[in-house]
Design a protein around this ligand. Structure first.
Ligand code: AMP
Ligand code: GLY
Length: 434
């Protein structure tokens, strides 16, 4: 069969690479893809951007595409799955109504409250005066969030009341995020360790993917501005069986049940961003209606099952019996980003060393890259995610960094400490003897 992947980042490179390994798949189209997807066996890039849904539908029809997998949130929130389905095409992802869990933070916070799912205390505002009164009545830090999608930039963790007021003013009166910021959520700051808990659901049954964690801060020591993610690893060692069960029972299952009860059955990938507090209790920070980037890269390295088959089973509402196998080894992905990221990004710089012999446990996933003649050039903020498998996190980390060192580009930087928490936890476990 033929598959279409919508998107062009590192997540979509990893999805395309994995989908192409399925014996049932003859061809994987990626719209628009990048220089990395262009090189994969069985994979071809198509010059259609994700926002052009009618063109994607026409392409899928003309090329007898049997299954479409949507990578990014924006087309899901605008209803790509409904449009494909109405056109008689099979498309894996949540409907527009279900994707509101990511598309509207006020919807998702009210949903969490309605269903008694643990989350931060909050209120919603459309008027600046009321927002400022609320900020003055609460203790900092506070978190100010634009209601709609804002390309990952709509959240301000405000350490002082002044910063919270500034963020609210930027959104409600200075139009910083346009329509997406005309309604805001202000919530209490949750302290603890952040994890990504990613599942596939068919509307009723839930299949958790391997656990993962990413590093959102740009700089070493988890400092500096928030980014889409500077690296990720799987498994997240903090998620033991007891915590996994608690997250499923207290957060994931009530969410899937609640969405079904509200007439918005959730079919597709659900990514819950969670905070685990010091006493081990999980709270929901946010939902995403798609796989994480860069979490997908280490997760796909560990997935041994057939990805298109899992998507098919979710679409057919047969996920209850889905077989899923994981490589027992750990995977670590290190993002190489363009200088200036996340505020801006240099472009068109040649990347050297991509054809080095990295070995079969290393995969260099591309994100913002393009090919011009014989050269691969930088073409965006996050450029590569160098991902490696090894027996433990420390080994995978070392292998990933060895590969990073073989790649040269004067306009790329990366964090030197990806997976530090997990490495520390591994060391502690060995010393404690459990
Ligand atoms: P969101 O888009 O809601 O995930 O927010 C982006 C990032 O901001 C999250 O991944 C967290 O690192 C941080 N964040 C969001 N909400 C909170 C909160 N209530 N407490 C602490 N950190 C938060
Ligand atoms: N890595 C964070 C995200 O995909 O939202």
């Amino acid at each position: 069969m033929k598959i279409l992947i919508v998107g062009g980042g590192g997540r979509e490179h990893a999805i395309a690479w994995k989908a192409a390994q399925s014996p049932d798949v003859d061809k994987v189209y990626v719209a628009p893809g990048n220089a990395g997807t262009a090189e994969e066996n069985k994979v071809e890039n198509i010059p259609i951007i994700p926002a052009r849904i009618p063109e994607l539908i026409a392409f899928a029809r003309q090329n007898s595409v049997a299954l479409t997998i949507v990578g990014p949130e924006a087309p899901l929130v605008s209803g790509i799955v409904d449009d494909f389905t109405n056109a008689g095409l099979r498309c894996f992802g949540p409907s527009k109504n279900a994707a509101a869990l990511e598309g509207s933070k006020s919807f998702s916070k009210a949903f969490l409250r309605r269903h008694d799912i643990p989350t931060a205390e909050y209120d919603t505002f459309t008027e600046l005066g009321a927002a400022i009164d609320y900020i003055e009545s609460k203790d900092a830090p506070l978190v100010v969030k634009a209601d709609g999608l804002a390309a990952g930039k709509g959240v301000t963790v405000a350490v002082t009341p002044g910063q919270a007021k500034q963020a609210a003013t930027d959104m409600l009166s200075a139009d910083k995020f346009g329509e997406a910021g005309h309604r805001i959520v202000i919530e209490e700051f949750l302290a603890g360790e952040e994890i990504s808990f990613i599942v596939i659901s068919d509307g009723e049954n839930v299949l958790p993917l391997a656990s993962s964690q990413d590093h959102k801060a740009r700089d070493d020591g988890d400092s500096g501005p928030n980014t889409g993610g500077m690296g990720a690893y799987s498994p997240a060692l903090i998620v033991n069986e007891a915590l996994n069960d608690k997250i499923m029972r207290q957060i994931i299952e009530p969410t899937i049940r609640g969405m079904r009860a509200e007439g918005r059955p959730y079919r597709g990938v659900l990514y819950a961003g969670l905070i685990i507090d010091d006493s081990g209790e999980p709270k929901a920070l946010e939902f995403n209606c798609r796989l994480g980037d860069p979490e997908t890269q280490p997760i796909m390295m560990r997935l041994e099952s057939d990805l298109p088959e899992l998507c098919d089973m979710a679409l057919a509402q047969r996920l209850r019996n889905a077989p899923v196998e994981w490589d027992n080894r750990a995977a670590v992905g290190v993002v190489m980003a363009s200088s200036g990221y996340p505020e801006s990004a240099t472009r068109d710089r040649v990347i050297f060393g991509l054809d080095a012999e990295f070995g079969e446990d290393v995969k260099v996933f591309h994100a913002g890259t393009k090919r011009v003649g014989d050269d691969v050039l930088t073409n965006g903020g996050r450029v590569l995610c160098v991902t490696a498998l090894a027996d433990d996190i420390a080994g995978a980390k070392n292998k990933a960094y060895e590969a990073v060192a073989a790649i040269q580009c004067d306009a790329l930087f990366y964090r030197a400490d990806i997976a530090w928490r997990a490495v520390a936890r591994e060391t502690m476990t060995i010393h404690n003897g459990f």
